[in-house]
Design a protein. Sequence first.
Length: 354
Amino acid sequence: MTTLHNTAGAPPAAPSRSLWALGWQRLKRDRIGFVSLWVVAAFMLLAAAGWLNLAGRGWNDEIAASYAPPTLLLEKYRQQETPAAAGGLSSAIVPTERLKPSEDPIHDWLEAARPHAAQYAVPEVKKVASLPFGADQRGRDILDKVIKGTATSLLVGFFGALLSILIGTSLGAMAGYFGRKVDDFLMWFYSVFTSVPDMLLLLAFAAVAGRGIATVILVLSLTSWTGTFRLVRAEFIKNRSREYVQAADAIGASHSRRMFIHILPNVSHLLLVQFSLLMVGLIKYEVILSFLGFGVDVRQVSWGSMLAEVPEELLQGYWWQLAMVVVFMSTLVTAFSMLTDALRDALDPRAAAK
């Protein structure tokens, strides 16, 4: 005889938490990872302000003297300036004879243009002697430059990593799910592609495609999809024979639905970690390309283009542009690396199930 129990007054069962909810809780308990998340978020907000011209929009304005030092070092550099040699101008060779109007071939032109000289006069802009973080050779503010460069480098890293993930995921899903001839062909293509050294392939694509932000994003994504392809292929091979995929097949789900609706969400946490790894790597590659002259256009600024100006500055003792780029880049790359490690631990299903 079956006994019926009244459960009307029983407390409701606790809802099961998803892998993402468990991962978020584990990430919040990781102090280093959580602080790194906020640092990365601050850089992303700074980059967004740079994209929208809310910050760093005056990076190309020549507002200071050439190589104006940081404000705290102004007095030091004033003391190091050598005074002009006494009588330097008077000792210069000054011509004592002037050409006669009849001997000057452009005299008539100069006399005709003299009444209109005021129309083309450029007003002299008073340039400041120092800036809070110094200036470059043309007198541009280093702080504005590094903010705009942060926006450019993060733009390249973000969209380059996103496009690389899309390419690698699509090819890896087809290779892992269909197998056989599709897998053989894509693995052959992968082997041929990875047989060329990464940097050589990157420079070859960049030399052919030219310069510019869009070109750099395309070049970086086309040369960095191989790691994602290998990861996704292995996960699809492992999941394609699982019970939930066979159940989807039994109810008539199409191949694309089984691939991208049933299997892909179960490997999305790995793609998030891969995305953060790729973003760090592509930011470094963009710096290398711009430093070598294959990156962003000359009318744009990035961390790499700023570092390209550094060797000439260091020879003259001007180090503040290098210092600013190193501080910004090392902070972001370190925070991203720590966040990646924290995400890997937080989104591990075996760790989340504990």
